[in-house]
Design a protein around this ligand. Structure first.
Ligand code: FAD
Length: 216
């Protein structure tokens, strides 16, 4: 497959992540990508997950503080085709300074996340997880999508007529998030007001329950 060695297969499954060799073998490009940047900041912090919406700094995307045992992960994400990664990085550092978060001892990480889904079955070649582009284009989450698609691929190999309702829900979930991001991109200066409404909605117990049920 790499031009120097030939491999034979009956069925090939690519679950090899965002830089999938199997996807490249299928000549399926990855055009829809997020870029994530994150600092792992060592220290004792309150064990609280925080999400920050700030249209001026992060456009339609967001920043997070994610608690770990002896550190926090502070990061943000954007799709460079709509929002330049350089601008995101500058704004992110501005935001870190405003929040007085000291990153002098932090570990910097940067990574791509693919949300360019174009199918999971290509004859006798299958793609699962991020190789299939199954992460969310809004939040960048992709663990659940990867698990469901992995199971779907395995069951489809065993039974050609297999159909997964969970996989349908994953596709629907990603699609809703993509539509939502398009609305936020088009909203321009109104985006801040929409995000304020989202925050109000997220504080509503009924909506909170619906969101938590959507993946359980
Ligand atoms: C820093 C970070 C934070 C994230 N946080 C979240 C989160 O909080 N929630 C969430 O839902 N998602 C999160 N995501 C996204 C999520 O991690 C990915 O969408 C998910 O892990 C994709 O799973 P995967 O199995 O498809 O790919 P991966 O997890 O990337 O696994 C692919 C595997 O294939 C292996 N591999 C690659 N090439 C080869 C090869 N040639 N031969 C053999 N093995 C190979 C790799 O070593 C790797 O182990 C995060 C991503 C990053 C980078």
């Amino acid at each position: 497959m790499n031009g120097s060695e030939s491999l034979a297969f009956k069925i090939l499954v690519g679950a090899d992540g965002v830089n999938s060799i199997v996807r490249r073998y299928l000549k399926i490009p990855v055009e829809k990508r997020l870029i994530g940047i994150q600092y792992l900041v060592p220290g004792d912090f309150e064990p609280r997950l925080e999400i920050f919406l700030n249209s001026r700094l992060f456009g339609p995307w967001y920043a997070w503080i994610f608690p770990h045992k002896d550190s926090i992960a502070v990061g943000t994400v954007c799709a460079p085709r709509f929002y330049p990664a350089k601008k995101l990085k500058e704004n992110f550092h501005r935001w870190l300074r405003l929040r007085k978060l000291d990153i002098s001892n932090a570990i910097y990480q940067s990574w791509p996340i693919s949300y360019d889904y174009r199918g999971f079955r290509f004859g006798n070649v299958f793609l699962a997880g991020e190789a299939a582009g199954l992460a969310s284009g809004l939040s960048g989450e992709g663990i659940y999508q990867s698990l469901v698609s992995g199971e779907t691929v395995a069951r489809t190999i065993l039974d050609k007529s297999y159909h997964s309702a969970d996989f349908d829900r994953v596709l629907h979930y990603n699609d809703v998030q993509l539509r939502f991001i398009k609305i936020l991109i088009k909203a321009g200066w109104l985006r801040g007001a929409i995000q304020a409404l989202i925050i109000m909605a997220l504080n509503n117990p009924v909506i909170q329950k619906r969101i938590s049920n959507s993946f359980s």
